[in-house]
Design a protein around this ligand. Structure first.
Ligand code: FE2
Ligand code: FE2
Length: 187
């Protein structure tokens, strides 16, 4: 498997979450009610999966290695755009959490804001994914030898393996209000 394989599979799951968001937007606009649990699960999905796990592999491994190569100005430009888009995605999730928290705390007027932030997210991700799938990932592979691609795929797998531990260490740390020591081999 090529290293872009896992990234593209992850895009397919993100697309399915976008489908769920669109359903939730319809529910809000037609019924003026929201499934808060779905919204909270979507927030966790975008933070832990789409951002930390998926954008994490892109930025901390693929883009890091591309930065060491002589890539074309066009690819450099797209990579910079992608990094900016990741920042934008984080900001959208932060705003969604803000609206959701207001609503949960009794401000019913926040409901249309939840719908708006969900729509922003649902509109943002497909374009970002298409740019990577259709204009970036495949040409990027040409900058790497087969051995480099194999090493990158292995690093992706190692990165993923750490995620479940990172996720739940953070859950416990947030509940405790303090850091918990990591095992020596953890990333
Ligand atoms: Fe990305
Ligand atoms: Fe991506």
């Amino acid at each position: 498997m090529k290293p872009i394989g896992p990234l593209m599979w992850e895009h397919r799951l993100i697309e399915q979450m976008v489908v769920l968001l669109r359903g939730e937007i319809d529910r809000i606009t037609s019924g003026m009610t929201v499934n808060v649990i779905l919204v909270e699960q979507a927030v966790d999905f975008f933070r832990t999966y789409a951002d930390r796990t998926h954008h994490g592999k892109e930025e901390e491994i693929l883009f890091r290695d591309l930065a060491q190569k002589k890539i074309s100005p066009e690819h450099r430009k797209i990579m910079d755009e992608l990094v900016r888009e990741h920042i934008h995605g984080r900001e959208l999730v932060r705003k969604l959490v803000e609206a959701k928290d207001l609503y949960v705390n009794g401000y019913a007027e926040a409901l249309p804001h939840i719908a708006r932030e969900l729509r922003e997210l649902a509109d943002f991700y497909p374009g970002h994914i298409e740019k990577e799938d259709k204009r970036f990932f495949f040409p990027c592979l040409d900058y790497f030898t087969q051995a480099e691609q194999d090493r990158m795929l292995q690093e992706f797998l190692d990165f993923d393996r750490n995620m479940i531990h990172e996720k739940y260490r953070t859950v416990v740390e947030n509940l405790l209000g303090k850091k918990v020591m990591k095992p020596a081999q953890a990333g």
